[in-house]
Design a protein around this ligand. Sequence first.
Ligand code: ATP
Length: 277
Amino acid sequence: MLHIRDLYFNYPNQVSVLKSIDLNLDTGNIYGLFGKNGEGKTTLIKVITGLLYPKSGECRFDNIPTSQRYPSVLQEVFLVPEDFELPAVSVNTFATMNSKFYPNFSQEHFDSLLKEFNINPLKTIPTLSFGQKKKVLIAFGIAVNTSLLLMDEPTNGLDIPSKSQFRKVMAASVDKGQCIVISTHQVRDLHSLINHVIILDDARVVLNQSLQRISEVLWFGRASGQDKNEIVHSEGAFGGKTIVKRGEKDESEMDLELLFNGVLQERQTINQLLEHA
Ligand SMILES: Nc1ncnc2c1ncn2[C@@H]1O[C@H](COP(=O)(O)OP(=O)(O)OP(=O)(O)O)[C@@H](O)[C@H]1O
């Protein structure tokens, strides 16, 4: 669905923020996009949605460059941005005004999501808190049912119960025909939701792998003495968390935070294992 080839991007008079990016994003997947502050996650999301233009290389949605901003592409791509300004109208009016651009919008789904998030659709948007506004955008982003849905730090500003509500809503709402990209630092918020990890570092993609493949090859937990020679990455003193070559071990629960730290420190080893083990 979305193909990115040898893409470079830099802001005016700045060094490249994105270098040699190659990615294929396919339907039926929920991608977690991770990276340290300033590594280019928001920039990549903006390039994908056609809000920024690549310096070189290409980003195509169904073979059409997203930078051309064709209506046929725009109606199939929705971005829930990290920062946003919403108009001074009621929640209902906001949906009526904007849903015209999205042919698959479901008013019924939007209403049920607002109910789930406890948002009164008759309220005017400026009277809502930041977290409540974010919930309106998340509900709208799900209800427009675009083929590609991108969310930049969607759980930023949500309280603790709302974060698990977000996971529940996403798990129940996501259509198998959709492709979803969620960028976040709150890796725990994505636990059990994503099935594919993309990590950006030094302006490049340093990991692009399905969780299934990662689980086949790597084991996460506290290593025993027998694992000594199989350790790929460890944190803390002896008895701390480790990533170990899985070998014959039973599958472990994925620790995304540990994976992220492991990839930043042992990128080559981990990628070699994932490619060849
Ligand atoms: N409008 C801009 N003009 C110039 N430089 C920019 C602009 N926006 C972002 N940058 C720079 O581009 C780099 C990538 O920024 P970006 O916002 O994409 O990172 P990020 O990974 O989303 O960061 P964070 O996790 O902090 O949100 C940073 O070094 C940032 O300073």
